[in-house]
Design a protein around this ligand. Structure first.
Ligand code: G1P
Ligand code: ZN
Length: 543
């Protein structure tokens, strides 16, 4: 077996976005595309020589082939050992845990998260650092820079490794340890949550539906919820990961997890419903007849954290991404906790978690997590809710209603305008930025603009600065509009409009969210001219 040095040339556009490099699968399948990027990872972080990495993905189309290519690139670059999930499968949270548990030099995760999979859909790859988290911007920039100067990649011509066979394998002198993707992760969950209390609640007839959306969480949910906690078999549906996610769009929100929503709002609704995304880091939770928005979910977890054994000592602090609703800020205020506001993307929580400044983190995009790993974690959030339900012995509706009565309610919604023309989207954002200095003081929809800016962030731990992280428009009544362009899309531009209004009048706490936000929705269009610039009069997805 030999190590080949294959001449190559830089491929344009290999720039990681909010969460790694995402492209259409066929782009990744082009000769040298994946090879170039992985070689650039190794070059960008210095070298792979003598290093140990974790490798796995969400099982989407091209996952298995990509894993074999990466193993051969790693071997030829002198890596000492790769820990791979059986079948090249690892949920993103499980990969993060394995990186930390084995004190490795990082990991490579194959996923396009909640984007659909298949030959005509999306594929993605990202590098995580030794803390288990997504590479920070300095690292992704070094990787990108490396993609622009590549002249060759190194690859072994050894045969494929049998990734279905758990145990130790050899690839050109590099150790390949194929491990069970679930067991270490499940063991971690048992240390954090009150499994006996949850088991007792299930034994008592508590009914739950978990929709794995034909994505990676199926085997994890079956093992933990059904096997370890005794939830009746069959409660986890769409539990077999499929390369095309069975045609589903594995994004756990009320639009894409509609079947679950219908069941939870139907006559025979279970007590609790949950879903997770393609790679298992997102979650949606729903009670019988009541939906829990992600910003509220983070706040409820923070307010009730000490009910879970892993958090019984209390929280060091909380963090949320800037566009996320501020419900958790009110809990932090009440509990005297530090509260951080970061740019969009989980990578910005890493320094806070590493420094022990924050314990819980969350994003409005169905992402919640803690310092147990350095990624958001779908099943962890579901188990946290189950723990709270088991201890408080109340329904989801009762817990939410209590929460709003105590802290007030931050009505929050995100409107997405997808696949819009890039030039139109850029034109709209440029025009909006130009208005920022003159917006304060103007009256829109009966509200006066109090401030308008483009969010800049200085990381409180390492001082790294990130600019242009989203336009924020605040009104004098505390309401807020945020607008930014997505950094994960693969077709055209996606405009995200985040809308928020605080309410603490008891008579107004149970309004329909879109109705409660109606003036703010109209104000967003009045200020930014969304329809005029993009030709779109209504969002494609409302969450
Ligand atoms: C989206 C979400 C963001 C999340 C990211 C990765 O990024 O908005 O909160 O961290 O996916 O899951 P965006 O497409 O908005 O850049
Ligand atoms: Zn994801």
């Amino acid at each position: 077996m030999t190590v080949l040095t294959a001449p190559t040339a830089p491929i344009a556009g290999q720039k990681p976005g909010t969460s790694g490099l995402r492209k259409k699968t066929r782009v990744f399948q082009q000769a040298g595309y994946l090879e170039n990027f992985v070689q650039a990872i190794f070059d960008g972080i210095g070298s792979a020589a003598g290093k140990t990495y974790v490798l796995g993905g969400d099982g989407r189309y091209f996952n298995a082939e990509a894993a074999q290519i990466i193993l051969k690139l790693a071997a030829a670059n002198g890596a000492a050992r790769i820990i791979v999930g059986q079948g090249a499968i690892l949920s993103t949270p499980a990969a993060s845990h394995l990186i930390r548990l084995n004190k490795t030099d990082g990991g490579i995760i194959l996923s396009a998260s909640h984007n659909p999979g298949g030959p005509d859909e999306d594929f993605g790859i990202k590098f995580n650092t030794p803390n288990g988290g997504p590479a920070p911007e300095a690292v992704t920039e070094a990787i990108f820079d490396a993609t622009t100067v590549l002249t060759a990649y190194r690859i072994s011509d050894a045969p494929d490794v049998d990734l279905d066979a758990i145990g130790r394998h050899d690839l050109d002198g590099m150790i390949v340890d194929v491990v069970d993707p679930v067991s270490d992760y499940a063991a971690l969950m048992e240390t954090l949550f009150d499994f006996p209390a949850i088991r007792a609640m299930f034994a008592d007839g508590f009914r739950m539906r978990f929709d794995a959306m034909c994505a990676v969480t199926g085997p994890y949910a079956r093992d933990i919820l059904e096997r370890r906690l005794g939830l009746p078999e069959g409660s986890v549906i769409n539990a077999t990961p499929l390369p095309d996610f069975g045609g589903m769009h594995p994004d756990p929100n009320p639009v894409w997890a509609k079947a679950l929503m219908d069941e939870m709002f139907g006559g025979q609704a279970p007590d609790f419903g949950a879903a997770s995304d393609g790679d298992g880091d997102r979650n949606m939770v729903v009670g019988a007849g009541i939906y829990v928005g992600p910003s509220d979910s983070l706040a409820v977890l923070a307010a009730n954290a000490t009910l879970a054994p892993g958090y019984a000592k209390g929280l060091a602090g909380v963090a949320r991404s800037m566009p996320t609703g501020a419900a958790v800020d009110r809990v932090a205020d009440a509990l005297g906790l530090r509260c951080f506001e970061t740019p969009t993307g989980w990578k910005f929580f890493g320094t806070l978690l590493d420094a022990g400044l924050a314990t819980l983190c969350g994003e409005e995009s169905f992402g919640t997590g803690s310092d147990h790993i350095r990624e958001k974690d779908g099943l962890w959030a579901v188990l946290f809710w189950l723990n709270i339900l088991a201890v408080r012995k109340q329904t989801v509706a009762e817990i939410l209603t209590d929460h709003w009565a105590r802290y007030g309610r931050n009505y929050f919604s995100r409107h997405d305008f997808e696949a819009i023309d890039n030039t139109a989207a850029d034109g709209m954002m440029t025009a909006l930025r130009a208005q920022l200095p003159t917006l304060p003081g103007t009256l829109v929809e009966g509200m006066t603009v109090a401030s308008a800016d483009d969010f800049s962030y200085v990381d409180p731990v390492d001082g790294a600065t990130s600019v242009n992280q989203g336009i924020r428009i605040r009104f004098d009544d505390g309401s807020r509009i945020v607008m930014r362009l997505s950094g994960t899309g693969t077709a055209g531009a996606t405009l995200r409009v985040y809308l928020e209004r605080f309410e603490d009048d008891p008579a107004q706490l149970a309004l329909d969210v879109q109705a409660a936000l109606a003036p703010i929705i109209r104000a967003a269009d009045a200020i930014a001219g969304i329809a005029a610039h993009t030709g779109r009069t209504a969002p494609d997805v409302i969450t």
